[in-house]
Design a binder for this molecule. Structure first.
Ligand SMILES: [Fe+2]
Length: 347
């Protein structure tokens, strides 16, 4: 197994292992590279959803994080809607975070009883227990017109630079795998680690010790009216969760290996205390071509990425292409198993 190191990312050159022990071992290797290089590419892997689930499950101590949002079978069939509504409400918080699932002024209890009730209708599946191929449900990213609501999330439209870590307790790792008709579309990945390392002293000085505030704003992300109802429900509940929707983060972040980068999420009303132009100046510095990796998908390709110190975007792709393209998406913890983000960012 070779690993190719690039300034922005790394690529593990390997064929998909066909036994569970080797998949677990590959998951551990991916985790190490995620911490070291933040963005990890594996080309032309097995497209069986069980394989991608096993690999993602092996990266993090507690396995796949977004399993409640895995609303589809790989063929695009939507799992029972009532279960998914419960699951997507449940997703908006964790028992550790002690947040209520929606407007906390109503003080609706989120506790182990609620969690147990949801878990009963939508049980967590260990992908290593599955025998039949393509039986692990997935979060599909596609504009495919399937059934009444379409077959996935973020079907169409652009997505400007952002990351997927929305609050302290959430998953700081994401994996995407290209399943179908992805060849004509790219995803762009930016790595803030080299961008920070090479930053001019003056700009770096403006970042030192600074904190940024964020206000979750799903309406800025993409056209909400065109979203799949499952995604819209999740995002609206997230927006209603008063504890969750506001966040304050250090501008300069450190991962568990001590590697420094920048947390940047302009879609969530990012503001930096005491420096009104710094968000824009950083935007111009961080997303220069030399810090960006454009990945043109081929079927089976997997990209795992850190969400604390890398960002990604999708540029305009014709709607007809997005209607055909299917990606699978899982999230998991990279640094954040034990509240790393909260610890590092509390005042
Ligand atoms: Fe994203």
């Amino acid at each position: 197994m070779d690993t190719l190191i690039h300034p922005t990312h790394c690529e593990i050159v390997v064929d998909s292992p066909d036994n569970d022990d080797d998949i677990r071992e590959l998951g551990r290797i991916c985790k190490e590279w995620l911490l070291n290089k933040q963005i990890v590419l594996l080309r032309k892997q097995n497209t069986d959803s069980n394989y991608f689930a096993k690999l993602s499950e092996s990266i993090a101590r507690d396995g796949i994080y977004n399993w409640r949002q895995c609303s589809w079978m790989p063929n695009g069939d939507l799992i029972e809607l009532p279960d998914q509504v419960a699951g997507n409400i449940g997703y908006t918080t964790t028992p550790e975070a002690n947040n209520d699932p929606w407007n906390n002024s109503k003080k609706l209890a989120w506790n182990s009883t609620t969690a147990a009730a949801i878990d009963k209708t939508l049980p967590r599946i260990n992908p290593f227990d599955l025998k039949e191929p393509n039986t692990y449900p997935v979060q599909r990213v596609t504009g495919e017109k399937k059934g009444k609501f379409g077959g996935g999330i973020f079907g169409t439209g652009d997505l400007d630079w952002h990351c997927n870590l929305g609050n302290y307790y959430e998953a700081d790792g994401v994996g995407l795998q290209a399943i179908k008709d992805a060849g004509d579309a790219s995803t762009f990945y930016a790595n803030s680690v080299p961008a920070l390392k090479e930053m001019p002293d003056e700009l770096r000085a403006r970042c030192e010790g600074k904190r940024a505030t964020f206000l979750y704003d799903h309406k800025k992300w993409s056209d909400v009216s065109k979203m799949h109802p499952m995604q819209r429900i999740t995002m609206q509940f997230l927006a209603l969760n008063l504890d969750r929707r506001e966040m304050e983060m250090n501008l300069i972040q450190k991962n568990r290996k001590g590697i420094e980068g920048i947390y940047f999420h302009r879609l969530n009303n990012m503001k930096i205390e005491g420096d009104e132009t710094l968000v824009q100046d950083l935007y111009e510095w961080m997303f220069q071509d030399k810090y960006v990796y454009e990945h043109r998908w081929e079927t089976g390709d997997i990209i795992f990425m850190d969400q604390l110190i890398t960002q990604h975007k999708r540029e305009f792709v014709a709607e007809e292409l997005l209607e055909k393209r299917v990606l699978h998406r899982f999230t998991f913890m990279v640094n954040n198993d034990d509240e790393w983000v909260k610890e590092q960012n509390s005042i």
